[in-house]
Design a protein around this ligand. Structure first.
Ligand code: MSP
Length: 503
């Protein structure tokens, strides 16, 4: 049975456990969470998977440097990522580790399927390998002899390995790209992949000799080799969908609707992974969604520069929802963007404190003062076409534009207060005008809270709770309706959502 349209499966990359998480990892996870929550708003069932990538040379070396066995090492760091995931309030439904037995089974199964398709062969090989990328490079792709991402010289590897016939999939992938113009998103990332396809794909080494590296999944039928970490890691996306484990679950969720990742690993997801799936006779994911990189004050974040921003520090000081808002309001999804505390504080003061926080605060206060603290009588209102635009932006991962729209609405409601001056109207005995204004704003706030829910789930809940909605399951459909806020319902005042920052 084909997968149903009301089921949405999305994934984050699985994170390398060689080091603690930084703000770039949080960016990928939160972006995915925004989409997961938006899809639930649309009423879909969502399977949302994240996890950790635990094999390979990089991890083996990091464990060695710490003087502990690899399993002990990965257990500890993986736990750190699980904690971060909770801290970010991502609504994941599974956390996968590549050292789990279910994953070993899946990785071996897809290997066997590719082998059965005649796509795996053995040969002696010598190549330049960047351990930080876990990737071979050819001379022309290096910058003055160093890896363009890690700026380090690759190591010369020489051994007999298994190879995957990636070259065989150049033409099928071109055809697939032609037939699915939104497969890699956004377009500039699609173009980069097409360029590579035009040049033609080369076969790639997909195993390592156990003598050189034993920390990996054994190649089926050959104890002397373990799988190349990317072959193993990409497979996590089907492991978590039940491949090799639960056929019914697999039919329910595969193919994935979206794999989300940063641009440096696009190539693995848009070319190698689809080729592996074609080889194994499995359907391809619907979309590869690629975002840019975060820099810190204009510079690449790196341990050696010492400018790595830790998500915990930001959350501690400004609150999680501020962090989530800032990342997607300030930085256009898909391009690189700069993280700066100065810009974050500015957004906090203006958009969050001044615009949204104040709107909620003064509306609730005026309702208490002029309407005995209950929702005043209902005013007719129009369905706002802004929510159709919001939906279109969200569906296209244009989170910045979606937030801009919400803020236009927030500012419009603030202007309504300034224009209608309910305090003056009350004095002049125009109570029904006061009621009309306040109802319009309160019902508007219900809309705002729902539209913000994917971005700022706690803030949305807090706003809805003040409006008297408890345990409310927000749905996009209710943005198309006016008048769901019932008159007579008591408001529940609460402390400011975004109190002034203290030094
Ligand atoms: N383990 C691989 C992914 C395997 S998926 C089958 C990996 N892990 S990673 O931990 O290095 O990166 C995971 C994600 O974090 C990637 O999407 C990457 O783009 C993102 N980020 C890491 N640093 C980043 C920034 N500075 N900015 C934005 N995101 C970046 O690659």
């Amino acid at each position: 049975m084909p997968k149903r349209d009301d089921h949405y499966y999305l994934t984050t990359p699985i994170y390398y456990v060689n080091d603690v998480a930084h703000v770039g990892h949080a960016y990928t996870s939160i972006a995915s969470d925004i989409m997961a929550r938006f899809q639930r708003l649309l009423g879909k069932q969502v399977h949302f998977v994240t996890g950790t990538d635990e094999h390979g040379q990089k991890i083996a070396r990091a464990a060695e440097a710490r003087g502990v066995g690899p399993q002990t090492f990965v257990d500890e760091i993986s736990e750190g990522f699980r904690e971060l995931n909770k801290k970010l309030n991502t609504s994941t439904t599974d956390f996968i580790r590549t050292t789990e037995p279910r994953h070993l089974k899946a990785a071996q199964k897809i290997w066997e399927a590719a082998n059965a398709a005649g796509d795996i062969y053995k040969k002696s090989y010598e190549g330049l390998y960047c351990v930080s990328c876990e990737q071979f490079y050819i001379e022309k792709d290096l910058n003055d002899g160093v890896c363009p991402i890690h700026l380090k010289a690759p190591e010369l590897l020489q051994e007999e390995n298994y190879f995957f016939k990636l070259s065989k999939y150049t033409e099928p992938l071109k055809k697939y790209f032609d037939a699915h113009p939104d497969f890699v998103y956004p377009q500039n990332r699609q173009k980069e992949m097409r360029q590579i396809l035009e040049e033609g794909l080369d076969d790639i080494s997909i195993s390592r000799s156990v003598e050189k590296l034993s920390w990996g999944i054994p190649v089926p039928g050959d104890d002397t080799q373990v799988m190349y970490v990317w072959f193993d890691a990409l497979t996590n996306y089907i492991t978590a969908a039940g491949y090799a484990d639960d056929e019914k679950f697999f039919d329910t969720w595969w193919p994935a609707d979206a794999h989300v990742m940063g641009k440096e690993i696009n190539r693995f997801h848009s070319l190698l992974w689809p080729a592996m799936l074609l080889s194994a006779g499995l359907p391809l994911p619907k979309q590869i969604v690629v975002h840019g990189w975060l820099t810190a004050d204009g510079q690449k974040m790196s341990k050696s520069i010492g400018n790595v921003i830790k998500p915990y520090d930001v959350i501690e000081k400004y609150g999680l929802d501020t962090f989530r808002y800032f990342l997607f309001r300030e930085l256009p999804f898909g391009s690189d963007g700069d993280f700066s505390f100065a810009k974050l504080e500015q957004r906090y003061r203006s958009d969050l404190g001044n615009d949204l926080g104040n709107l909620v605060m003064r509306t609730v206060a005026m309702t208490q003062k002029f309407c005995a603290g209950v929702v005043p009588s209902e005013t007719s209102g129009d369905h706002e076409e802004i929510w159709d635009r919001y939906r279109a932006h969200m569906e296209r991962w244009e989170f910045q534009s979606a937030l801009e729209l919400v803020w236009e609405y927030v500012r419009g409601l603030n202007q309504l207060i300034d224009h209608e001056k309910p305090w003056a109207a009350e004095k002049e005995g125009r109570h029904s005008d006061v009621e009309k204004t306040l109802y319009t704003i309160l019902e508007g706030l219900r809309h705002i809270a729902i539209a913000l829910q994917p971005f700022m789930p706690e803030t949305a809940d807090k706003i809805l709770a003040q409006l008297g909605f408890e345990y409310f399951n927000p749905q996009f459909d209710t943005l198309q309706e006016w008048g769901l806020l019932k008159s007579g319902v008591p408001l529940i005042a609460a402390p400011p959502l975004f109190p002034p920052l203290t030094e």
